[in-house]
Design a protein around this ligand. Structure first.
Ligand code: GLU
Length: 480
């Protein structure tokens, strides 16, 4: 049988990096086995779920390159793939389990449950449901329903009992039913709990493997018991290690952004993001950190996922994004970066040509795409904006003489090429007995406004002789 995996985010916020990592692993496993990858949404919480989050999550998944075969937006044989459209189906299952005696109606009120929980805690007993309504006969329960009492539905956990399963990541798992209370599957307002909706979906959609965060490990014996009550075969589980920050603490905002959206907007390359996410709890090869999705698909196995936490380190991600940036074909980089620039300002043909000439040098120096804005801004301005810090650092009184000297030499250059500019400027260093920092930085700040810019001589060539001279003169005038 072919494998079927799913990701089931709750659209109550943006796609979290933890969910995105789960998505990557599910996708890799499905692709490795030539199976089916499904995206559904767990929107039983109709108050907190929002359509805009569904859209943003799907956009983030597509951005990562995770196309799916069934589910939201692409359809399939199982309806809308939204839990909010399936409440009748969950109620039907709950009713069937009541009829079959594997679930029962519970009439205990919230106040009663509360005081019994407190008493249990005070006496050192487990605080879970004590089974009060489990012994009601069907006739008794029917009578109370007819009398207008509201009720929830609970799963009758087999007692005594043990649920055991083999987890692809965590190996043999064993849960004594003593630690599992008769949990609610349908609330008194007839809405399903996560346990019921998720399990019914997994059964109905014929899911074969569930790979999800380890935080859900304690839910798994409940889902297995529910699956068995439904008369279905439990899936194979893989509980993925949680994500931690570089300081060894659970991943949170203080480690950096935790939504995929933030990285998308910050201009990380999706290829780098995908590669980085795949390393959070899995390793392609101890010696190889950069690989294509195809290579990862070839090698991926849930059984190779580590039990140890995945460390999410924005610094490593930045490094990886820079590596990918340099690997892009120049045309590709140029097209992607021009799109970002032209979203901010319109360029003349000449300006576009200038940018294209410098793009390969800019490509060497950026980690995320929006950095190209700052790297190229100087090129498109009628008047350079001098960065205050750069000016104060570089434009000491003696820099005026350097600019004067450079002006004479550059004015006299017959051909305006990187090589001729460089030769003239190096000659100037020799003649004035200056080091490159003292000699070149004033020219850089004069021409581009900042100490951080693409290499100087290439930049001056692209700027053109007359603009360069004009900029040097204007900078020189600021000294008076
Ligand atoms: N909606 C759940 C979540 O986002 C899905 C958990 C599961 O995969 O079963 O955590």
């Amino acid at each position: 049988m072919s494998v079927r995996l799913r990701i089931a985010p709750s659209p109550t916020g943006l796609l979290h990096v933890g969910n995105a990592r789960s998505a990557v692993f599910n996708w890799l496993y499905a692709r490795h086995h030539g199976g089916t990858f499904i995206v559904r949404v767990d929107d039983t919480d109709t108050v907190r779920s929002e359509e805009k989050y569904v859209a943003q999550m799907m956009e983030a998944m597509r951005w990562l390159g995770l196309e799916w075969d069934e589910g939201i937006g692409v359809g399939g044989p199982h309806g809308t793939y939204r839990q909010s459209d399936r409440f009748d189906r969950y109620r039907e299952v709950a009713n069937r389990l009541i009829e079959e005696g594997t679930a029962y109606r519970c009439f205990c009120t919230p106040d009663e449950l509360d005081s019994r929980r407190q008493a249990a805690q005070a006496a050192g007993r487990p605080p879970g449901y004590d089974g009060t309504c489990r012994t009601l006969t069907a006739a008794e329960a029917d009578g109370r329903v007819a009398a207008g009492e509201s009720f929830s539905v609970r799963l009758a956990i087999p007692r005594p009992g043990v649920t055991e399963f083999f987890d692809l990541v965590r190996d043999d798992m064993r849960f004594d039913h003593d630690v599992i209370d008769d949990f609610v599957i349908l609330r008194s307002d007839a809405t399903p709990t996560y346990h019921l909706a998720s399990t019914v979906d997994d059964v109905d959609y014929e899911i074969t493997h569930v790979a999800r965060g380890e935080d859900l490990l304690s839910s798994t014996p409940r889902h297995i018991l529910l699956t068995q009550a439904m008369g279905a075969e439990p899936v194979t589980y893989a509980h993925l290690p949680l994500l931690f920050g570089p300081d060894g603490k659970k991943l949170s905002k203080r480690h950096g952004d935790t939504s995929m959206d933030a990285y998308m907007k910050a201009g990380y390359l999706p290829e780098a993001m995908f590669n980085y996410m795949s390393l959070l709890g899995w390793s392609y090869d101890p010696e190889v950190t950069i690989y294509t999705p195809e290579q990862a698909i070839e090698k991926f196995d849930l059984a190779d996922v580590s039990k140890n936490p995945g460390i999410f380190d924005v610094k490593k991600l930045e490094w990886m994004s820079g590596e990918y940036m340099r690997e892009l074909a120049t045309d590709d980089f140029t097209a992607r970066s021009l799109a970002i620039i032209e979203a901010e300002r319109s360029l003349s043909d000449e300006e576009r040509r200038q940018y294209i000439a410098l793009a390969p040098l800019i490509q060497e120096r950026v980690k995320v795409l929006p950095e190209v804005l700052e790297m190229s801004d100087w090129l498109f301005r009628d008047e350079v904006v001098f960065d205050e810090k750069s000016w104060d650092k570089v434009m000491k009184p003696e820099a005026a003489a350097v600019i004067d000297d450079a002006l004479v030499r550059l004015e006299g250059l017959a051909d305006w090429t990187t090589e001729s500019i460089e030769a003239a400027m190096r000659q100037m260093l020799d003649d004035l007995e200056l080091n490159p920092r003292k000699g070149f930085q004033p020219l850089r700040v004069a021409a581009t406004g900042s100490m951080i810019s693409p290499p100087l001589f290439e930049s001056l060539e692209v700027l053109g002789q007359s603009t360069t001279l004009e900029r040097l003169r204007r900078a020189r005038a600021q000294f008076e």
